[in-house]
Structures are given as structure tokens and as C-alpha cells.
Design a protein around this ligand. Structure first.
Ligand code: FAD
Ligand code: EPU
Length: 337
């Protein structure tokens, strides 16, 4: 059912109050096509909403918001060692992860507890604790907004990168992702404990290394530093971790031997943006009803009734400060609307 002038406060994890002109929840491709016809009749470009966990609403959305609630879970291919599951875009990501662990299907366990819906997972190639969805992604089915035709994208066509895909770039606002398929292992799981904290958590609890325990370890680590959006409004990491040249890295290293960095290749180093922000004195900083989280400086938070534009202004101040202090330009990870 179409609703006019809906408030989206409950539908974004930052908990920002903003209205949209029209709002509709769709449960099937047919309903989506109907909604697209409506938006065309009104000459609007629709905005697709999943779980609202990677958005900062800085103004009202003067268009039709389509809340993608297409459900479904289907095994489309199965062999002795692998299974391919096709999942509706409206399924909750963490519920999918838990379902796979119950079935003993490996591949998604490191991505436990990431908020949001399955349909948004390819948008920024979600990643955590050494794994990105591109590692298990098989294909997705999307509807083109302009033509209402269905199109299939395989892994290469999505052009996945670090927090990037074709849907954030050349195809921005052009497709509605409806189904996403993942290739998972049924046995001989490729357990990934490259992220040191996972090994520490397994050892501390005397847990055997398997997919269920990796998931539990990741959940514990995440709960120890990331704020729960039900308690404090946030959208996870606000910025990407920047990649800088070896020369700049060596320069900074002279002054800050404790810099937190990971080597990408011979010439490039990825820097922990959380470290840069903490070193610049922003961690835990509170400005009225918003600020920088006190346990993870990469997360900006809404303590209640903050406005999106104030949080955006804070992020601009942080970007300018880091540029001045380190000569590094931080990029926002969260989608600014
Ligand atoms: P939304 O916020 O609703 O949408 C995000 C973008 O995708 C928007 O541009 C929207 O228009 C578009 N979109 C959504 N659904 C569709 C669709 N079906 N078709 C086309 N476009 C669509 N991310 C990580 O990668 N790793 C993490 O570890 C991580 N941790 C987080 C921790 C917390 C506490 C929070 C709040 C967020 C975290 N995130 C993380 C960010 C976020 O959870 C992911 O980006 C998630 O995939 C967003 O899903 P969503 O359904 O909420 O998308
Ligand atoms: N650090 C600090 N101070 C801080 C926070 C971090 O110094 O306040 C340094 C520490 O040295 C720490 C390092 O940064 O060891 C890395 O921190 P953490 O393990 O928390 O990861 P992150 O780099 O801050 C990234 C992702 C997260 C993802 C985790 C785990 C980005 C932008 N963020 O954060 O993703 O969950 O790694 O893999 O890549 C998200 O995208 O929303 C998100 C939460």
C-alpha cells in the first residue's frame, strides 16, 4: 500500500527523522514493477531502501521510497561439496548467516552480525574480519528501473572492490537488486582466521576452529566495540580505510611509529581510519546530541534527535582535520542522502 509523507526515523539505523514523499513496501518483482510504473507516472526517480543501516539522511527524500521486502531462500545448485543458494533481497542478512551455519554451509560466518538486508550486500561488497561477499558471491538478479527488465550480473559484472561495486558507480540508482546467490561449502570449509582477533577469541574460550565458533567469535568481537543501533544511532564505519602510497606511509611512520596499517602491495598501504581519527583527538568527542563513538572512532553516532546535516558537518570537520594533520583524504563509506 502506498503511503504519502512517511517518516523514516524507524527505518534508518542512525535514527534520523526525515520524511519521504511516497513510500511503498514491495514483496515481489510484480509489485516492484507496479511501483516503478507509479514512479514513472509521477516523473520520479525512486530510492531503494533496505535495512537503512548504511545511510545518513540529511534532508527529506522528495521521491518514492521503495522498501524492498522480497523474501525467499532457494537451493539452486547442489553437489557433494558445494551448494548455491539464491536469497531474496528483503531477507535479513544476519538471519541468512545463521541459517547457513545451522545447515553447516561455510563461507558467510566471518560476516556475522552485519546489519541490513541481503539485497544491499553487493552494493558495497560488504566485508568484515578477512572476508568480503565477493569471495562467495555467485550472481544477482536485478530489475532495471528504466526498462523494468530483469538482468543477471555475475561476479565479474559487479566489479567488486573494497566497499565498492558497479551499483555504487556507473549503475548508481539504475537497478533494484531482487535476488542474490552465494556459493557455499558443505564440507572442507575454508576457515578464515587471518584477522588476529578471531584466533584470540577462539583461544580465550577454548573453542575448536569451525564455522559456528568463528561466527560466535566474530559476534563477540563486534559486540565489544561496535555500538548497537537499537541503543545508539549509527551506520557502522562512517569512513573507508584509506590506501596511501609507500612514500607517504614512511613519512608518517617517522613521526608515529605506532600507526595501524596493513600492506596492500609493494607500493600501497591501507591505514586504519579509526587510528587516524583517534590520534587526532576525536574519539569519544560529543557535540550536543551527536559525536564520535568512544570505543570505535570510525563510527559516528546519534545520541538522540540529531539531524543528519549536523553529523555530515562533523564528518567534514574530521576529513579536513585528517587532511591537515596527515595529508590523507578520508572518504565517506556511508551513503549521504
Ligand atoms: P540500506 O542502508 O538500506 O541501503 C544502502 C544502499 O544500498 C543505499 O544506497 C540503497 O539505496 C541501496 N540499496 C539497498 N537495497 C537495495 C536493493 N535491493 N537494490 C538496489 N539498491 C539497494 N558494512 C560492512 O561492509 N561491514 C561491516 O562490518 C559493517 N558493520 C556495520 C555495523 C553496524 C553497527 C552498522 C549500523 C552498519 C554496518 N555496516 C557494515 C554497514 C551496513 O550494515 C551494510 O552496508 C549493509 O549491507 C547495508 O544494508 P541495508 O539493507 O541496511 O542497506
Ligand atoms: N583503531 C584505533 N582506534 C579506533 C578504532 C580502530 O586505533 O578507535 C585501529 C586499531 O589499531 C585497530 C584497527 O584500527 O586494530 C582496526 O580496527 P577494527 O578491527 O575495529 O576495524 P576497522 O578497520 O576500524 C573495518 C571495517 C569494519 C569491519 C572491521 C572488521 C572499514 C571501513 N571498516 O573496521 O566494517 O567490521 O574492519 O573487519 O573497512 C563497516 O563497514 O561499517 C564496518 C563496521
Amino acid at each position: 500500500m502506498m503511503v504519502e509523507n512517511k517518516n523514516l526515523k524507524e527505518l534508518n539505523t542512525f535514527g534520523i527523522s526525515a520524511n519521504c514523499k511516497y513510500f511503498i513496501e514491495i514483496n515481489s518483482i510484480e509489485e516492484l514493477q507496479e511501483a516503478l510504473k507509479f514512479s514513472k507516472s509521477k516523473k520520479l526517480s525512486p530510492f531503494i531502501l533496505g535495512g537503512g543501516s548504511n545511510l545518513l539522511l540529511t534532508q527529506d527524500i522528495d521521491t518514492l521510497v521503495i522498501h524492498n521486502n522480497i523474501k525467499g531462500f532457494e537451493v539452486v545448485e547442489e553437489s557433494e561439496n558445494e551448494v548455491v543458494v539464491e536469497v531474496g533481497a528483503g531477507e535479513v542478512w544476519h538471519e541468512l548467516v545463521m541459517h547457513c551455519i545451522e545447515k553447516n554451509w561455510g563461507g558467510l560466518e566471518n560476516l556475522s552480525l552485519i546489519p541490513g538486508r541481503v539485497g544491499a550486500s553487493p552494493m558495497q561488497n560488504i566485508g568484515a574480519y578477512g572476508v568480503e561477499i565477493k569471495d562467495v558471491f555467485e550472481y544477482l538478479k536485478a530489475v532495471e528501473i528504466a526498462t523494468e527488465n530483469e538482468k543477471l550480473f555475475d561476479n565479474a559484472a559487479c566489479e567488486f572492490g573494497y566497499r565498492e561495486s558497479v551499483f555504487k558507480n556507473i549503475y548508481k540508482n539504475q537497478f533494484v537488486i531482487c535476488k542474490v546467490a552465494f556459493r557455499l561449502t558443505k564440507n572442507q570449509h575454508q576457515l578464515n582466521t587471518s584477522y588476529g582477533a578471531i584466533e584470540d577469541e577462539l583461544n580465550k574460550n577454548n573453542w575448536e576452529k569451525n564455522i559456528a565458533n568463528i561466527s560466535k567469535a566474530v559476534i563477540n568481537i563486534r559486540q565489544s566495540k561496535l555500538p548497537d543501533p537499537k541503543e545508539i544511532g549509527n551506520a557502522g564505519s562512517f569512513f573507508k580505510n584509506p590506501v596511501i602510497s609507500q612514500a607517504l606511509y614512511e613519512n608518517i611512520l617517522k613521526q608515529y611509529p605506532d600507526i595501524s596499517a596493513y600492506r596492500i602491495d609493494e607500493n600501497n598501504v591501507k591505514i586504519a581510519a579509526g587510528w587516524l581519527i583517534e590520534k587526532s583527538g576525536w574519539k569519544g568527542k560529543k557535540i550536543g546530541n551527536h559525536g564520535v563513538h568512544d570505543r570505535q572512532a570510525l563510527v559516528l553516532v546519534n545520541y538522540g534527535n540529531a539531524e543528519g546535516k549536523d553529523i555530515l558537518a562533523l564528518s567534514t570537520q574530521i576529513i579536513e582535520d585528517i587532511q591537515l594533520k596527515f595529508g590523507i583524504k578520508l572518504e565517506r563509506e556511508v551513503n549521504i542522502i
